[in-house]
Design a protein around this ligand. Structure first.
Ligand SMILES: [Zn+2]
Length: 65
C-alpha cells in the first residue's frame, strides 16, 4: 500500500496538482465542470418533463376514414 496518497486527475488520469485538485490542470477542471452541466444538470431536467407524443395534429383525421 502506498504511504503517500497520490490522487489522479479523474479526467485524464495524470497526477493531480494541488492548485487544481482533484484535477491536474485548469483545463481538466473545466472539462469536468462542463460535463457536470451538460450531463447531470440538463438531462434530468428534461427527463422530468411530461411528453405529449400522443397528440399529433392530422393523425386523428386519417384514422376517421
Ligand atoms: Zn487532467
Amino acid at each position: 500500500m502506498a504511504k503517500v496518497p497520490v490522487k489522479t486527475c479523474p479526467i485524464c488520469g495524470k497526477p493531480a496538482v494541488e492548485k487544481y485538485r482533484p484535477f491536474c490542470s485548469a483545463r481538466c477542471a473545466d472539462v469536468d465542470l462542463n460535463r457536470w452541466f451538460t450531463g447531470s444538470y440538463v438531462i434530468p431536467a428534461r427527463d422530468d418533463e411530461p411528453v405529449n407524443d400522443t397528440s399529433i395534429p392530422g393523425a386523428d383525421e386519417d384514422d376517421n376514414i
